[in-house]
Design a protein. Structure first.
Length: 375
């Protein structure tokens, strides 16, 4: 079972899953849902264990991401709120319940699982202005407030690794609050390239459970490289004009040609812009070319331009296409992004998504624990 969880056959499949086909059913809520990477992983984990999953509520303030979410999960989605989480969760832990929070308590107090990926830009290494001291960082506590109100059985909160250095120690504060509510809390660092995702992305996951679940991800270890996940779609842009299958137009062809003509993966300083030439820079991967036999660097919204990172295709003189980026993120082909017509929004939602394999592994471990306890 572990060998087929979000494997290459699944990744390249166009056959849509029926996540409501099984008799046993669980209910989940996804806060800050984005286009649905964490939801998809959770649903896949349940599906693999013959459990149906109803999404009782998903919350997302980006209209484009929410549309993709609704399109892909329409068969199992009960309610989608398009707007800010603060509209529904007006307080913080230990505050008196507001009117909207009272409604949450009435409607969502029998939830098996809460998922959340609060905005991570405030903690990102790429945010040099307000890193670890950003108002968006407080949104993490909105998730904890929801847990306080609705008391789900399990909670999974995903974020960038740098959240560990938050100025207000948000992880420690959340852990204390959750433990006072009766939860067992674990903070995990997940290097996703170890688990069958062809990307060197490192994420932080805080998991709260009313049970003493232990997580052993060693059984999922598998290494995929770029050739494994994008070789079959290398030239699809030649037969399609859809933005999902085509790379962005680049103004850096001279630099891309230089990398290929000199068989290089790192662009020398003399070929870089003046801001790199004239002073020491700390962006060695920028303007770089990916390696066919290695995992990708972290996919960001800038994967369409070589100036934003190492995003030049290993074998073709262009940057990555959105389809390639979504494969590298671990999205299967049956997950559809086709309704997005604005390239910037498409790139943003793909880059901001949680690789589904992360959620699938966690859910699989939870189910295995429950099966052992109930055996």
């Amino acid at each position: 079972m572990n060998d087929v969880l979000c494997d290459l056959e699944w990744l390249k499949s166009n056959k849509t899953r029926n996540y409501m086909k099984h008799q046993k059913q669980v209910h989940i809520v996804d806060l800050f849902s984005g286009c649905g990477g964490l939801t998809l992983g959770a649903l896949e984990g349940f599906y693999t264990n013959e459990i149906s999953c109803k999404v009782k509520l998903a919350v997302e303030n980006n209209e484009y991401s929410s549309k993709i979410y609704k399109d892909n999960f329409k068969d199992c989605l009960e309610e989608m709120y398009i707007g800010d989480v603060e509209d529904l969760i007006c307080g913080y832990p230990e505050d008196k319940l507001g009117e909207s929070e009272q409604k949450l308590k009435e409607n969502f107090s029998n939830i098996n699982l809460v998922l959340a990926g609060p905005p991570c830009q405030g903690h990102s290494r790429l945010n040099n202005h307000t890193r670890s001291n950003d108002p968006r960082n407080k949104l993490y506590l909105k998730v904890i407030r929801f847990v306080e109100i609705c008391k789900p059985k399990y909670v999974i909160i995903e974020n960038v690794l740098n959240i560990k250095h938050d100025k207000d120690n948000i992880l420690d504060e959340s852990k204390v609050i959750l433990e006072n509510l009766g939860y067992k809390v674990q903070n995990l660092t997940v290097k996703i390239a170890k688990y069958g995702v062809a990307q060197k992305r490192i994420r932080h996951v805080q998991i709260a459970s009313l049970n003493e679940v232990t997580f052993d991800f060693t059984k999922y270890q598998k290494r995929y490289v770029l050739s494994d996940v994008i070789e079959d779609i290398i030239d699809e842009s030649k037969s399609s004009d859809n933005i999902f299958h085509t790379p962005s137009v680049t103004k850096h062809m001279e630099r891309i040609n230089y990398l290929f003509e000199n068989n290089m993966h790192d662009l020398p300083n003399h070929m870089r812009p003046d801001c790199h030439k004239k002073k020491n820079h700390t962006y060695p991967t920028s303007y770089g070319r990916l390696k066919w036999d290695d995992a990708s660097t972290t996919i960001t919204r800038g994967f369409s331009t070589m100036g934003q990172g190492r995003f030049v295709h290993p074998l073709r003189r262009r940057t990555l296409t959105p389809h390639e980026a979504s494969r590298i993120q671990g999205f299967p082909d049956f997950f559809k992004f086709n309704e997005v017509k604005k390239r910037g929004q498409l790139h943003l939602m793909i880059a901001n998504a949680v690789p589904p394999k992360v959620g699938a592994m966690i859910i699989n471990e939870i189910i295995h624990y429950e099966n052992e306890v109930n055996a």
